[in-house]
Ligand binder design. Structure first.
Ligand code: SAH
Length: 672
């Protein structure tokens, strides 16, 4: 596609379709050649709607967010605008098409110089680039009609507020190093400013005297288990309307739960009917009630409806250790200890232990052969190890080849994200060819290998798929959260299909994953970002044969960490926001309940709940201080889930000790 056409598609699809209306901003976005602002090797991605790396560890903003910010400035053709954070110079070029004159300040010399020469080469005569600390503005040309800051600061710099004319607008991301709120301030009098919040965004840090110190707040590569807000995600919080009336309606339709252990589930099982796949969500990764309720439902589905397989948001080889333990027909030995990767408490907890014990007893007593699998793709190294070990048993020559090929990934074992960066940004060849060839060769010998043991072959093949998927994932991560999120959820969905087909025509699957994976992405703001998920892919594949259950809570305690790789803490969950679905449920005054959404008992319930509201997602990381930006997203609950299960007050899961701390070493996969 030529660049003009690609640009037009980008504007239509990612800018106009998502609500940017200002015709001059749209025209500017359709004119500025974004590829000219990128390192040549990334030019092919110029019209994808995502931020991309430029030099000095900085990024060129996502086109959509450049447009949103330009529109929010409400520029007239003769106005003068100050931009802080020139970066590549792309946004400055867009602003130069919309305003009369652009002054732009960059703190990194290499970037300022490069941007200046690009802008000159492209013929922009109304842009001045200045090297300096933009948190202090650019006093010489002040005051400005508008100021835009392209980096996130802890607060609004006083100097910038001062350099705005009365009537002028300042647009800037404010918040911590990872997530910010896009704020617009209008100077309405000499000492009077009006502030609007435009939504949650994510930018590189604003570093300077009135911003962050140089060594603070530098975000690291993400590997979250909830959808992070990508750069430029906007939320328009819904008005807090008629909350009391809607809460009353929910209370009338809800089926109260007194105790999880003997909650009546007949009605729910009726509604699940003949579904072949049941997705059970969770609003956090560390809440006891969600695990216990899912265990109850899982037991009933297995006992009364013949479900055959459980698949969870865990690594394949780790879950395989549980699978061997509960099905008891294959050796359990392995050279590494399962569930020791952060976040260990997600599966290494007393609640999961209880489920695993029940499954083992059930399989033994009834002769059922219920399986337990992991859907995730973070186990690049343990999976590679397992493939090699498998081949050593069945085909030593192939094992040697595997060792060599997978061995190329070893330098990044402790930071696989760094592999993605290295493969993209240095001249190093990626390992893609090796891992794909390995998978292909393994599959080519399917008949030969499966003759010995079909389950073992399936296990090894899935591990080889994980390595190939993870290799791709860590490279995609560098381009942003949308690509890597989609790859991960596609991998999880493909794994689900593989399990279904391996377990045969009568297989029926239960999935345990976070709400953000199982709730239909099309019913949330994820869709606007171009993200899909397991729930959405399942609905496309299975239609009414998939039944999706979401879970929610208002307050209590949760097991989570403040940041990736940090220790687990028992944290307080804040009471939910006034404009959230959670608040509606809280206001019912029913402590716990089931709420049917697919075919609600009253039509009005569906209608009332279909007005979009905020919903909270807590993953393994909880940041109460930036809760709105870090944990809330917009959704339409009745489209997202077929059923919603509510626990007003919840408590943290009980983590299990590691073997080193345990009284006696155990063969149990969760107790080693
Ligand atoms: N508008 C840019 C994106 C910029 S990314 C584009 O379209 O490409 C943010 C930029 O802000 C980075 O280049 C960073 O170096 C710069 N920056 C951060 N703190 C700054 C400060 N105090 N003064 C000037 N620039 C700053």
């Amino acid at each position: 596609m030529d660049s003009l056409k690609a640009r037009k598609t980008m504007v239509d699809r990612h800018v106009r379709a998502r609500g940017v209306r200002d015709p001059r901003v749209l025209a500017a976005m359709g004119t500025v050649p974004r590829e000219a602002f990128l390192p040549p090797e990334l030019a092919e991605y110029a019209y994808d709607d995502r931020p991309l790396p430029i030099s000095s560890g900085q990024t060129i903003s996502q086109p959509y967010i450049v447009a949103v910010m330009a529109e929010a400035l409400a520029l007239r053709p003769d106005e003068r605008v100050l931009e802080i954070g020139t970066g590549s110079g792309y946004a400055a070029a867009v602003l130069a098409q919309v305003a009369g004159r652009v002054y732009t300040v960059e703190r990194i010399e290499e970037l300022a110089t490069l941007a200046r020469s690009r802008l000159v080469a492209l013929g922009y005569r109304n842009v001045d680039v200045h090297l300096g600390d933009g948190t202090l503005g650019w006093r010489e040309h002040a005051p400005y009609d508008a100021i835009v800051v392209a980096a996130g600061g802890p607060e609004l710099p006083r100097a910038l507020l001062d350099q705005l004319i009365v009537g002028g607008r300042l647009v800037m991301p404010v918040g911590d190093g990872r997530a910010q709120e896009l704020v617009r301030v209008t100077r309405v009098g000499s000492d009077e400013y009006r502030r609007d919040e435009l939504g949650a965004v994510q930018f590189v840090p604003l570093i300077g005297e009135q911003g962050w110190a140089d060594d603070e707040a530098v975000p690291r590569a993400p590997r979250g288990t909830i959808p992070r807000r990508s750069v430029g995600t906007l939320v328009s919080p819904s008005p807090v309307t008629r909350t009391g009336t809607v809460a009353k309606l929910i209370a009338e339709c809800a089926e109260p739960i007194a105790r999880i252990e003997d909650a009546p589930l007949d009605a729910l099982l009726d509604r699940i009917g003949d579904a072949k796949v049941v997705l059970l969500g969770e609003a956090t990764h560390g809440t006891s009630e969600f695990y216990r309720m899912r265990t109850r439902i899982t037991q009933e589905l297995i006992r009364r409806k013949g479900f055959t397989s459980i698949a969870v948001e865990a690594d394949w080889p780790d879950a395989a250790a549980v699978d061997r333990y509960i099905r008891g027909d294959r050796p359990v030995e392995r050279a590494w200890v399962p569930f020791t990767r952060f976040p260990t408490w997600m599966w290494r907890n007393a609640e999961t232990h209880q489920l695993v014990e029940w499954l083992r007893a059930h399989n033994r007593e009834t002769g059922a052969n219920v399986s337990f699998s992991g859907l995730d793709l973070y186990s690049m190294y343990t999976s590679a190890f397992e493939v090699v070990r498998y081949l050593e048993r069945v085909d030593p020559l192939a094992a040697r080849a595997a060792r060599e090929r997978y061995g190329r990934l070893t330098p990044w074992e402790h930071d696989p994200a760094a592999y993605g960066r290295a493969a993209l940004l240095s001249r190093m060849a990626s390992c893609e060819h090796d891992v794909v060839a390995m998978l292909r060769e393994l599959l080519a010998k399917r008949i030969q290998y499966s003759a010995q043991d079909g389950d073992e072959f399936f296990d090894a093949a899935q591990n080889a798929r994980v390595v190939a998927g993870a290799e791709q994932y860590y490279r995609a991560m560098y381009y942003g959260s949308v690509e890597s999120w989609n790859l991960r959820d596609q991998h999880m969905f493909d794994t689900l299909r593989a399990i279904a087909s391996h377990r045969g025509a009568d297989s029926k699957l239960i999935v345990w994953e976070h709400n953000s994976h199982v709730g239909d992405a099309a019913a949330t703001e994820m869709a606007a970002r171009g993200e899909h998920n397991v729930g959405h892919l399942c609905r496309e594949a299975y239609g009414d044969d998939v039944f999706v259950v979401g879970f929610g809570t208002d307050h209590g305690t949760v097991a989570a960490a403040h940041a990736w790789d940090e220790p687990m803490e028992c944290m307080q969950v804040r009471p939910a926001r006034a404009d959230s679905y959670e608040r509606l449920c809280h206001m019912t005054n029913v402590p716990a309940f089931l709420l049917h959404l697919r075919d609600p008992v009253r039509d009005t319930l569906g209608d009332e709940l279909s007005e979009p509201r905020l919903e909270r997602a807590i993953g393994v990381i909880y940041r109460p201080d930036t809760e709105l930006a870090s944990h809330y997203f917009q959704a339409v609950l009745p489209s997202q889930f077929d059923e919603y299960i509510w626990f007003d007050e919840t408590s943290a899961v009980t983590p299990l000790p590691h073997a080193a701390q345990a009284a006696a070493p155990s063969r149990h996969p969760l107790l080693r």
